[in-house]
Design a protein around this ligand. Sequence first.
Ligand code: PMP
Length: 361
Amino acid sequence: MKRKKNYFAGPAVMPLEVLQQLEDELIDFEGHGLSILEASHRDEPFEGMYFECLDLVRSILQIPDNYEVFFLGGGATLQFSMIPLNFLAPNSTADYPNTGTWSNKAAKDAAKIGSVNTYYDGKATHFSALPVPSEVKPSPGSSYLYLCSNETTGGIQWQEFPQTGDVPLIADISSDLLSRPLPISQFSLLIGGVQKNVGPAGATLIILKKELLERQNKGLPSYLDYSIHAKENGLYNTPPSFSIWAVKLALQWIKKNGGVEGMAQRANHKASLLYDVIDQSGGFYRNHIEKPYRSNMNVVFRLPSEELENKFLQEAQKADMLGLKGHRSVGGMRASIYNALPTEDVEALALLMRDFQEKNG
Ligand code: PMP
């Protein structure tokens, strides 16, 4: 089978090696004589693999011992309501930025639960920049300050993060999870869907500082209560077991390929291949994000007209390139170049872009 080049924003490309392992062991999971699809989450074959997976996350991301690590279902979207339900105290405020689609969605859900202060609004600058971390200050009495580390739709990424003192810092890291080292101890809670940089849809990684639970609102229904999941290491109810197994294999692949430092180096190199084409195109390709904030996960660009954009997409399709159409809310092009996308596939896209400009510029 000829594999297509997959630039989709998520679910997204996975390492071929991991897919092959999944295939090889689908029927006989790690030699246990049953498939992962059939395995009880209360029995040793699954539990052994699960705790190994959590240990791998801890070691690859260097997560300190005072953090809980587990997986939940419900996508990152469920976290948009769980975060304020658990941690937005009555008569208090939570600080959210509007840096694009995903922080905005989270803020909208939080505003249904309590009071939200917008500490930065990118609308005025067409979402071309992010707040300067050293200038970000939580509002007085704030329950927490939130951010989205990489806006998947807008293609904009935080490089450094605010110091928020006693106010917990909470981040959605769905689209750059395990693609770079992170200063974990600066955060009280990190959440991220795995279906972009790590594995198939289903599991959401939760990294939660134990102290944060002291500030939790009480009386929540069980599934929405982080402390219940923390107490059971994410095994309070049936976890998305297949997704977690694939994540475990992908973590081994990440470790073998240089860990998060290795992933970050590759990501920077791949991103620069595309940004170089854009910057050297004399304005034929445009990326409106200020350079320090450009994402090395989702590279967005526009062509001189929608007509040319459609023609470009047709050419890409002929070259077996998938998923280059920008998010439906913003249009244009977007190349998602996550951990598992081979450098050659980014080189091929850069070549197509140069060729296309030569013929149509
Ligand atoms: N946050 C970010 C940054 C995302 O990119 C996405 C999905 N594209 C989500 C949250 C929502 O994730 P899910 O679809 O898993 O709920």
